[in-house]
Design a binder for this molecule. Structure first.
Ligand code: NAD
Length: 481
């Protein structure tokens, strides 16, 4: 069993000051495959100090020079693609085909921000058009400084890429804390940093949990900004900690996203998009379209098509060919979802499919893919993020009702609209409160388009030029022309 007692600070693996250790589990075999340090605030002090020392030289480099390292990350991840897919599957439980999508997403992200870093050079010092004669102003983009990057367990290597790539492109230095549940894949980033000769202190990687690393990092006086992806409970704590010193935050939090299937939709095609939006990654997706709003005209054929597809899901070893849904990532997450299933039982929700329709593999943190219909809007299952393979449906009798119910949520991360005409779907999409709306599509996430939500789904955007802007401060120089 691997013992991961070391932290990556200033380009060296050094012993953590933490005494506590946490088990790292393979969610399919349920075996403990490693033990990782829970970390210690002194580790944070050392990593932040290293990042602070590295900052002046790193920020002084041109965007083109920084791009060279980002391309280096993309190349090195490409070389390790197969091995990292397997590691990600083993640690997270996702099926190999999904791990492949993750790797490609991460690689594309480092490439994209290499280009953005190169383009940044040409953006520096651009004149601003002014209304006053005899005065000139120029606009520059400075890095925010030392940034703390905190990520969850559902998309290893992806959520970290969305933060680390733009942060390094901008000229920031970073302390990255991956989730203690899936600490294994991100270790490759430290290896790659050494392999490509990234200057010491530019990337520091700390293992640990919220107590050992997360909270001290969010509260550290020398961290200029914290970018956090995870739960609302922790995201709000991070925001409080940052507020104590007026530091910036980006928050990518929870969701309860709707999928709207209109009366002119083809139920068969709609069923494919509903499936992809919910049962991918065993439902552990922040943008899961977990509320289905289906027009009553197509409700019956849609539920029939969904039942067929749910029955066709193959639960099993995520590394085996043919498996289409793996286990939940942790026993803890499975328990959390089981809590919602118990509520559904008490409320007598109508199950189109649930545990009664499926025999689970004999090992692993599996849950049966579940679909409830006619779920009351007051139900906790309708209103709260479940983060598992549980879809809640309701019929609507009009477009207006679909839009009203879609927006009746504390969250606003994403949405999908399915209609026979893309133009109608786009018109509906404009009325939805969400950061991303997919139009007759699976959930495509592209490096060029922004990612993030409104309402309680978070603050700020990742990816695209907005993802870079999150790590830049605008500076103007103004004087006589
Ligand atoms: P979590 O909030 O429990 O943990 C996220 C990270 O925060 C982990 O690295 C954890 O160690 C750390 N942490 C824990 N306590 C902390 C503290 N007090 N201060 C600072 N850091 C602390 O979330 P999770 O269970 O890992 O992930 C699931 C959640 O993440 C879901 O709610 C999901 O919606 C959300 N999520 C959102 C997005 C998005 O883009 N919006 C993407 C993925 C996941």
């Amino acid at each position: 069993m691997q013992r991961l007692d070391q932290q990556f600070i200033d380009n060296h693996w050094v012993a953590s000051r933490g005494e506590r250790r946490l088990p790292v589990t393979n969610p399919y075999t349920e075996a403990v495959i490693a033990e990782v340090t829970a970390g210690h605030p002194a580790d944070v002090d050392a990593a932040v100090a290293a990042a602070r020392r590295a900052l002046p030289t790193w920020r002084a480099r041109s965007g083109a020079e920084r791009a060279h390292y980002l391309d280096g990350f993309a190349d090195a991840l490409t070389r390790r693609r197969e091995a990292l897919m397997r590691l990600s599957s083993t640690n997270n439980g996702k099926v190999l085909a999904e791990a492949a999508i993750d790797l490609d997403d991460a690689i594309a992200c480092y490439r994209y921000y290499a280009d953005q870093a190169r383009a940044l050079d040409a953006r520096q010092g651009r004149p601003v058009t002014l209304g006053m004669e005899g005065v000139e102003a120029r606009c520059y983009h400075d890095p925010v400084g030392v940034v703390g990057l905190i990520t969850p367990w559902n998309f290893p290597l992806v959520t970290s890429a969305w933060k680390l790539a733009p942060a390094l492109a901008a000229g920031c230095t970073a302390v990255l804390k991956p989730s203690e549940v899936t600490p294994l894949p991100e270790r490759a980033l430290a290896e790659i940093a050494l392999e490509i000769g990234l200057p010491a202190g530019v990337l520091n990687l700390l293992h640990g949990d919220g107590e050992g690393i997360g909270a001290p990092l969010a509260a550290h006086p020398s961290v200029d900004k914290v970018s956090f992806t995870g739960s609302n409970r922790v995201g709000e704590a991070v925001m409080h900690a940052a507020a104590e010193r007026t530091a910036g935050v980006s928050l990518e939090l929870g969701g309860k996203s709707p999928i709207l299937v209109m009366d002119d939709a083809d139920p068969e095609r709609a069923a494919d998009w509903v499936m992809a939006g919910l049962y991918f990654n065993a439902g552990q997706i922040c943008s899961a379209t977990s509320r289905l709003l289906v027009h009553e005209a197509v409700a019956e054929p849609l539920y029939a098509a969904l039942a067929e597809r749910i029955d066709a899901l193959v639960l099993g070893d995520p590394l085996a060919e043919g498996t289409t849904m793996g286990p939940m990532t942790s026993a803890r997450q499975r328990e959390a979802v089981q809590g919602y299933l118990a509520i559904a039982e008490q409320e007598g929700l109508a199950a189109v499919r649930d545990a009664r329709h499926r025999e689970l593999p004999g090992q692993g943190f599996f849950l049966a893919p579940t679909l409830y219909r006619d779920v009351p809007v007051e139900s906790r299952l309708w209103r709260e993020e479940i983060f598992g393979p549980v879809l809640c449906g309701r019929s609507v009798d009009s477009e207006a009702q679909a839009i009203r119910l879609a927006n009746d949520s504390d969250f606003g991360l994403a949405a999908t609209v399915v209609s026979g005409t893309a133009e109608r779907a786009r018109r509906i999409g404009r009325q939805l409160q969400a950061g991303s709306v997919w139009i007759n599509s699976e959930q495509l996430v592209l490096p060029e388009t922004g990612w993030g939500g409104v309402k309680r789904s978070g603050i700020g955007r990742e990816l695209g030029p907005w993802g870079l802007a999150a790590y830049l401060e605008v500076k103007h120089q103004i004087g006589a022309a």
